[in-house]
Each structure stands twice: as structure tokens, then as C-alpha cells.
Design a protein around this ligand. Structure first.
Ligand SMILES: Nc1nc2c(ncn2[C@@H]2O[C@H](COP(=O)(O)OP(=O)(O)OP(=O)(O)O)[C@@H](O)[C@H]2O)c(=O)[nH]1
Ligand SMILES: [Mg+2]
Length: 194
């Protein structure tokens, strides 16, 4: 077998729930997490500049942990929390898988919490922040869908979210690409190339 075989940029390499099924080549991982429908997959697509992650108006569609190959690192699209449409058992299963991933996954070097700019953080977002503070990670919030706001609303929401989160808050729109390059630069600061 050819060693060091590479995948094209953005190739979905793995969809897994168990840590045992996840990539084993040691590439760094950047996780995208947040409430269902927050815009995780859309932001991933905007960052890569290509439609690699599945997006939909149906909450809970990202039901596994997806690994997309980048140049020597992975973008990790996590199932959204807070979805209502899946069964209790499925929800417990995804919750457990995400939990284990976040607590134990060694190659994880950065996490991006995506949340709709129009909402305030709730319990789930606070839990993610707590978790991130306990692990040694680059952690930032991407406040999404800013194209839905006018300039005044945008300033107000930026100020509010920055006062509520103890970490950098980036305002982004996957639709207009506003703010997308700033997130690219933050990830690039870790030596990870797009
Ligand atoms: N206006 C606007 N809509 C957006 C933006 N980003 C995402 N959306 C819309 O929000 C919905 C959810 O987007 P996804 O990217 O699929 O969200 P997700 O967080 O991956 O959702 P799950 O995979 O279900 O957890 C879709 O209808 C998107 O078109 C944005 O920047 N602006
Ligand atoms: Mg998704």
C-alpha cells in the first residue's frame, strides 16, 4: 500500500461516532460545534471555499462526527446540539460520542463554537466554554448569520456577545463571507493551511 497517500482538500475521510473509528494518522483537528442549525456546515464550506459539508434546513442532519481532510489537518464537523427531531436514544448516543470526542481526543488543537448572532448563549454554549477553558485549546466563538442584521444591530450584538463570552468573538456570515478570512487567519496562526 502506498504510504503517505493524500486526499484532495475537503475530502470527507471519515464519518464516525466511536473514537476507535477516527483517523489515526495524528493530524491536528479543528472542531466546529454548536447548536443545530447554527451554521456550522455553512461556515466550514465558506472557509474551504467549496461545498464540502452537508447543509440543510433540517436540524440534526449532521448525525456523525465528520472528518474532512485539509493539508495535513482535519476539519471536524460535530453533530449539532439541541436538535428536537431525533429520538431520545439517538440524542443520547450523539451526545455521548461528542462528549467523549471533546474530553479525550488527543489531536484536537482548536474549537470553534458557532452560534447565531441574534441569540444569547444558553446552557449548552456555557458548557462548551467551560469545557474549552479546561482543555488547552485555541477557542473562539463565531457569531453567525450577521447578514441578517443592519449595522446598528450588528454593533449591539457584537458588544453584547463580547461581554458574555470570555474568549474572542468573531462576527461572520457564510452567505456574504464577511468575517470568514479573520477566522481563517486565527486557524492559520496555528500553522494550519487552507
Ligand atoms: N442568512 C444566513 N443563513 C445561514 C448562514 N449560515 C447558515 N445559514 C443557514 O442556516 C441553516 C443551517 O445551516 P447549516 O450550516 O446546515 O447549520 P449546521 O449548524 O451545520 O446544522 P446541523 O448540521 O443541523 O447541526 C441553513 O438554512 C443555512 O442556509 C449565514 O451566514 N447567513
Ligand atoms: Mg451541519
Amino acid at each position: 500500500m502506498k504510504s503517505g497517500a493524500t486526499h484532495g482538500k475537503g475530502t470527507l475521510v471519515k464519518s464516525a461516532l466511536d473514537i476507535g473509528d477516527m483517523p489515526k494518522n495524528g493530524w491536528s483537528e479543528v472542531a466546529f460545534l454548536g447548536r443545530s442549525n447554527a451554521g456550522k456546515s455553512s461556515l466550514i464550506n465558506a472557509l474551504v471555499g467549496r461545498k464540502i459539508a452537508h447543509t440543510s434546513g433540517t436540524p440534526g442532519r449532521t448525525q456523525r462526527i465528520h472528518f474532512y481532510a485539509m493539508p495535513s489537518w482535519y476539519i471536524v464537523d460535530l453533530p449539532g446540539f439541541g436538535y428536537a427531531r431525533v429520538s431520545k436514544m439517538e440524542r443520547a448516543q450523539f451526545g455521548q460520542a461528542v462528549d467523549t470526542y471533546l474530553q479525550e481526543r488527543q489531536p484536537l488543537v482548536a474549537a470553534i463554537l458557532i452560534q447565531d448572532v441574534r441569540r444569547d448563549p444558553e446552557d449548552e454554549e456555557r458548557m462548551v466554554v467551560q469545557w474549552a477553558l479546561e482543555r488547552n485549546l485555541l477557542f473562539l466563538v463565531a457569531a453567525s448569520k450577521i447578514d441578517r442584521l443592519n449595522q446598528r444591530e450588528k454593533r449591539e450584538r457584537e458588544e453584547r456577545l463580547k461581554s458574555l463570552y470570555p474568549c474572542p468573538v468573531y462576527l461572520v456570515s457564510s452567505r456574504t463571507r464577511e468575517g470568514v478570512d479573520a477566522i481563517k487567519q486565527a486557524i492559520g496562526g496555528l500553522g494550519l493551511q487552507f
